[in-house]
Design a protein around this ligand. Structure first.
Ligand code: NAP
Length: 323
């Protein structure tokens, strides 16, 4: 079984460690590293990981680690992915894979050179709801699709990872990546770059935004994202004969409502554990089959969304200090 390691012991690292513990037999809970040895040891003990390290370098130097899951802040993803690939580890990295598309292209090239798997952990793409949505749209149940609307709002603007330019803050990389992902799943490649407006915080970072995309055949997507307020957090795909609503929170929904001339039906998709298990299974399955890419999260999709976010930031005049 693949020996699975987690880099960091922060918020998402806790979710991932608990997930690995909750789905035994998928990967071996092997090691956790954090900047503070005790925090790594506490999380490892709680979730049954065999080893803990007080530095990322020690984790990378452990020859028994097969896969590293990276849960650091956005500004550090590229550095940590590079460290892991250079140490010969496969990588599952939290979203966004990097802060811009150029960094991601460089890391995919490095992964190819090292013959290693590198996958972005945008959990939305791996979940049963993503597959169910595609199947419903492809079946024609709601007729020809004309567009998508979504709201995503979480009161996170005060958090350092959103508020600070040096951490590649702003809601674009943290929240807007999710409606961009749902639009990508439902509508595919847009015509040209997205357009949008943003409101900025005192550090010049985007804290609220309204984004629009246009697709072939006159289809449109529009969403409002806020780091200041909790919104209804639903997404709806609209068809000429009905609609599919991804219930709150749409980016990890466990229920879709389909309304069509046939009536109203609710599709319930309960998680096996936390919702993060699907990406871990996908990595294990890809490696088992000798692949270096997960079919649910193709590299082309990672790059497409990063290019969309690059275009929005360029239009808004937002650059991170380390870029
Ligand atoms: N998929 C999801 O549902 C989901 C949800 C939330 C967040 N995320 C993603 O997960 C990643 C981390 O978010 P989070 O909520 O877990 O954040 P967090 O709690 O702040 O954890 C980030 C970790 O980054 C590490 N780090 C290393 N150097 C740092 C520095 N100089 N300053 C701050 N942190 C530093 C810390 O690791 P140590 O423990 O080693 O100190 C910290 O625990 C982001 O990419 C975010 O987009 C995903």
């Amino acid at each position: 079984m693949l020996r699975f390691a987690i880099l960091t012991a922060g918020n998402i690292a806790h979710h991932m460690a608990r997930t690995v513990a909750a789905v035994p037999g998928v990967v071996e809970p092997y090691a956790i590293a954090a900047r503070d040895k005790q925090r790594a040891a506490d999380l490892a003990a709680e979730c049954g990981f065999a080893k803990s390290y007080g530095s990322y370098e020690e984790l990378m130097a452990d020859p028994l680690v097969d896969v590293v899951y990276i849960g650091s802040t956005h500004n550090l993803h590229a550095q940590h992915v590079r460290m892991a690939l250079n140490a010969g580890k496969h990588v599952l990295c939290e979203k966004p894979l990097t802060v811009n598309a150029a960094q991601a292209r460089e890391l995919f090239a490095l992964a190819d050179e090292k013959k290693l798997l590198l996958t972005e952990a945008t959990w939305t793409r791996f979940q049963p709801a993503a597959r169910a949505l595609r199947e419903i749209l492809d079946s024609g149940e709601i007729g020809r699709v004309v567009g998508l609307t979504a709201n995503m709002g979480c009161a996170v603007a005060h958090k350092p990872r959103i508020a600070l330019p040096e951490l590649a803050g702003g809601v674009l990389l943290d929240l807007t990546i999710y409606p961009l992902t749902i639009a990508d799943i439902a509508l595919g490649q847009p015509l040209g770059a997205p357009k949008g407006l943003c409101a900025k915080n005192e550090n010049g970072l985007d804290v609220q935004e309204a984004v629009q995309l246009e697709y072939e055949g006159g289809r449109l997507a529009s969403f409002f994202v806020s780091g200041r307020a909790v919104l209804d957090n639903t997404a709806t795909v609209w068809g000429e004969q009905g609609r599919v609503t991804l219930e709150a929170d749409f980016w990890h929904t466990q229920a879709l409502t389909v309304e069509s001339p046939r009536g109203v039906r609710r599709v319930e998709l309960p998680f096996d554990a936390t919702g993060y298990e699907y990406e871990v299974r996908a990595v294990a399955a890809a490696l088992e089959s000798g692949a270096r890419e997960c079919p649910d999260m193709p590299r082309s999709a990672t790059l497409r969304i990063l290019e969309q976010m690059d275009a929005l930031r360029a239009a808004w005049g937002i650059r991170y200090p380390f870029e």
